[in-house]
Design a protein around this ligand. Structure first.
Ligand SMILES: Nc1ncnc2c1ncn2[C@@H]1O[C@H](COP(=O)(O)OP(=O)(O)OP(=O)(O)O)[C@@H](O)[C@H]1O
Length: 264
């Protein structure tokens, strides 16, 4: 069983994430703030895709949800807790992050990389004595559930891109988050590995109720796996709705003349 206990049948009238009028500082080169008045609410158990052209502000928005982006206006409330410098670490315990490139240590094995996800929960003295057996068992269990039992003791530098991305997912999950933020989790992967990673995310969402917010560039994949799309344009939300006719929605939201299949 996965370690978290998020209930997919949780009362969806309770907002898991509330973003109110988010605005970052004015950037001279852009002639605007990177985030420019973002308002949205995410319910428990949603699978949301963030879309938009390069530079629209998707990564910045994702990072803002863990307090990594200074705001000049607005507020973010996660599971009832407003993000402030004081509450940041408390809020981060609810959130697993999967950022571009995976950030794995190539010389370490898959299981050691997954255990790195526990470092934040341990003080330096505890770390000196290594990880407790229960953490190792949990890391192995996660790898097994993500189809990587045989790769657990291989160095991650020797794994395929898709396998590495699943190790990164396991590392994000070892903290039992309620929410997983994933920034372009399938960039650079082939069709099969992309489908495997997306299916892993979909299973975590449907079977375990994990709330997922992911940046993607492929509109077809977005429509196949996500339930809700948020399209950003120049730091603002230009569409927030279901994934029906996503290519048309995307073109209309950005006033494009043709319907793209990929936003890169
Ligand atoms: N710290 C910063 N200072 C100034 N400008 C920044 C900073 N971080 C990002 N930007 C700019 O803000 C804009 C939005 O960046 P962001 O990475 O959020 O876009 P994105 O939608 O994720 O783009 P992509 O699809 O290319 O990854 C870009 O033009 C970027 O160059």
């Amino acid at each position: 069983m996965f370690p978290y206990t998020n209930d997919p049948l949780h009362n969806t009238s309770v907002k898991l994430i509330e973003c109110r009028n988010l605005e970052t500082a004015y950037v001279k080169s852009l002639h605007r703030p990177i985030l420019n008045g973002i308002d949205c609410q995410i319910n428990p158990g949603e699978f949301v895709v963030l879309l938009g052209l390069n530079g629209a502000g998707k990564s910045t928005f994702l990072k803002s949800l863990v307090g990594l982006v200074p705001l000049v206006k607005g507020e973010i409330i996660v599971d009832g807790i407003k993000i402030t410098p004081h509450t940041q670490s408390q809020v981060r315990r609810h959130i697993g992050m999967l950022f571009q490139g995976g950030g794995l240590i190539r010389q370490l094995t898959a299981v050691e990389n997954v255990l790195c996800g526990r470092l934040g929960a341990r003080n330096s003295g505890q770390t000196l004595f290594g990880f407790p057996k229960r953490d190792r068992l949990l890391a192995l269990e996660l790898l097994e559930q993500l189809g990587l039992k045989d790769q657990a003791y291989q160095k991650t530098g020797q794994l395929s891109g898709g396998q590495q991305q699943r190790v990164a997912i396991a590392r994000a999950l070892i903290q039992s988050p309620q929410i997983l933020l994933a920034d372009e989790p399938i960039t650079g992967l082939d069709v099969v590995a992309s489908q495997q990673v997306m299916q892993t995310l979909a299973d975590l969402n449907t079977q375990h109720g994990l709330t997922i917010i992911t940046v993607l560039h492929d509109l077809g994949i977005a429509a196949e796996y996500a339930h809700r799309a948020i399209i950003l344009d120049a730091g603002r939300i230009s569409y927030d709705g279901n994934c029906d006719n996503l290519q048309t929605q995307f073109s209309q939201a950005l006033s494009l003349e043709t319907s793209p299949t990929s936003t890169k």
